[in-house]
Design a protein around this ligand. Structure first.
Ligand code: ZN
Length: 304
């Protein structure tokens, strides 16, 4: 049976887009609920300047409050060396670093041109190897940029080749603003795999134009090993105009399970968490599955 790893990004990418700053205890409960539902790798915090992203100001406290398990990987997002040092001190299992495919967006997101972030990544990756923690890298806005428009495939391949030198556990391709379509996903993954045949790949999709799940399925067919998703489909990127949520973990797991692809995730537990999230945030979440119920037999969260 084919297996796809789901990386839960709701506690970071999801909550980061929330207008109200949420309490540390709520974030920890969110993460614990996701783990209880079978998620084994999660983006739990972002080690960015607290003034830039107030929602992530308690990154250290979140990490300090999480139970440690050998089979669960807590990922901390970093944008530069300062962030890496904080993440390492906080005890993350993995650091994830974005390198944006276009200079304009990279400047907005991390204050330096793309080339500088590639250099920073290579230095951080080396430091992560020395510290004995995992590291991964994401090529953000690989499918299109809100400021520069279309991103040439050659540009993505060039960045992929450079960041691969840091020996990450995988390279992720991110559609940060949800403009990608399945044919683009297939073509990009095929090209990256041809260039880096041994490099595991992950994809990160936003459902801004409702192509998220179709893109995810195209990515599965093209051979990715992992997919990012957020429970309830919450989230957005605060620096991307009109960015909406990640693809919902709920709907993704349903689609993969019924396609005979193993995720190791308990759908009933995800739906329960999604409902809890909706109550906690005080609004209904974008995911469809909690509204429609699963099929066959499990009504939302009631039975396995
Ligand atoms: Zn995102």
């Amino acid at each position: 049976m084919q297996k796809i790893e789901i990386v839960e990004v709701g506690p970071r990418d999801g909550l980061q887009g929330e207008p109200e700053v949420l309490g540390t205890a709520m974030k920890i409960e969110f993460i614990n609920r996701a783990v209880a539902a079978g998620i084994r790798r999660l983006e739990v915090a972002s080690f960015v300047h607290p003034k830039k992203v107030p929602q992530m100001a308690d990154a250290e406290a979140v990490l300090a409050g999480l139970p440690r398990r050998k089979d669960v990987v807590y990922v901390g997002l970093v944008l530069n060396r300062r962030g890496f040092d904080r993440a390492l001190a906080a005890g993350v299992d993995e650091i994830g670093m974005p390198v944006v495919a276009t200079d304009t967006y990279n400047l907005r997101n991390q204050g330096v041109p793309t080339e500088q972030s590639i250099q920073d990544w290579l230095e951080i990756a080396e430091a992560a190897h020395q510290a004995g923690i995992r590291c991964s890298v994401t090529i953000s806005s690989a499918f299109g940029c809100p400021f520069e428009g279309e991103v040439p495939l050659a540009r993505v391949l060039d960045i992929a080749g450079r960041v691969a030198e840091g020996r990450p556990v995988e390279i992720a391709l991110a559609d940060s603003i949800g403009v990608g379509v399945p044919s683009q996903v297939s073509a990009m993954i095929a090209a990256v795999r041809q260039m880096l045949p041994d490099m595991p790949l992950r994809c990160h999709f936003h459902n801004t134009r409702n192509t998220g799940l179709a893109n995810a399925y195209a990515a599965v067919l093209a051979g990715v090993s992992s997919l990012d998703a957020s429970i309830g489909g919450i989230g957005g990127c605060p620096f991307a105009p009109a960015a909406t949520g990640n693809i919902p973990t709920d709907d993704l797991v349903y689609m993969l399970n019924r396609s005979g692809i193993n995720t190791g995730v308990d759908l009933a537990g995800i739906i329960e968490t999604s409902e809890w999230l909706g109550e906690t945030l005080g609004r209904s979440v974008p995911a469809m599955l909690p509204k429609a119920g699963s099929f066959p037999e499990i009504a939302s969260g009631k039975a396995a």
